[in-house]
Write a protein that binds this ligand. Structure first.
Ligand code: PLP
Length: 223
């Protein structure tokens, strides 16, 4: 783990930008060490892994779910998850609402948009999202709170392209804010930016950056 890098990133964040420390594939001891150092917000992308870590780590950690979420896995995170960044379909949002009701709570959610020039990244198109937001069924979901949007830029060295994609996400955020959430102060988060591109994301208006490898080191996917 690179505490110096962590401190450097923290010190560089403008007011209003929060850091999600992405601890996926990293052991609970690494999370505990960063917790000791003051970090409270951690991001995971596998539901069972998040559940196992939640059970052994301090209860005041804010767990953010950032990966593709299958409906049959919602049960592992619904009782405690602080935010789901990766709502990428209406059926998923409806299921999250159902589990939130079961747990007697409201779950903060972000709508994930497909902004990258890659087939593999999940997310809504603006049209799909607007169809959902305009539906009567959406209005009936009382246990999910829509706090903003999330997206991932293309994995490329082309900084101009990355900037265009983040700028596009910001335009989507503003459009949705104006058209559907102007009376809703909860809708304020723009989750974008990772190790390779977070400075660009911040300059395009990110409020939540999700940083893993810069802090915890490279991930070993084979373990
Ligand atoms: C893994 C992951 C991150 C962090 O990636 P790094 O490049 O290690 O900072 C951020 N967001 C999502 C959705 C991820 O899956």
């Amino acid at each position: 783990m690179n505490i110096e890098k962590y401190d450097e990133i923290r010190a560089s964040l403008p007011a209003g930008v929060r850091l999600v420390a992405v601890s996926k594939f990293k052991p609970a001891e690494d999370i505990a060490a960063l917790y000791q150092h003051g970090q409270r917000v951690f991001g995971e992308n596998h539901a069972q892994e998040m559940k196992a870590k939640h059970e052994v780590l301090p209860q005041d950690i804010e767990w953010h779910f950032i990966g593709h979420l299958q409906t049959n896995k919602i049960k592992y995170i619904a009782p405690y998850v602080a935010m789901i960044h990766s709502i990428d379909s209406f059926p998923l949002l409806k299921e999250v609402n159902k589990y939130a009701v079961k747990n007697g709570r409201t779950i903060p959610c972000l709508l994930q948009f497909h902004i990258a020039d890659e087939e593999t990244k999940f997310g809504f198109t603006l049209e799909e999202c607007e169809d959902m937001l305009q539906s009567a069924e959406f209005q009936e979901l009382k246990n999910v709170e829509i706090d903003g949007v999330m997206g991932m830029a293309t994995f490329t060295d082309d900084q101009a392209q990355v900037r265009r994609e983040f700028h596009h996400l910001r335009r989507i955020f503003e459009e949705l804010k104006t058209r559907y959430f102007s009376q809703n102060p909860d809708f304020k988060e723009l989750s974008m930016g990772m190790t390779e591109d977070y400075p660009i994301a911040i300059s395009e208006g990110s409020t939540l950056i999700r940083i893993g490898s810069a802090i915890f080191g490279p991930r070993n996917y084979s373990v």
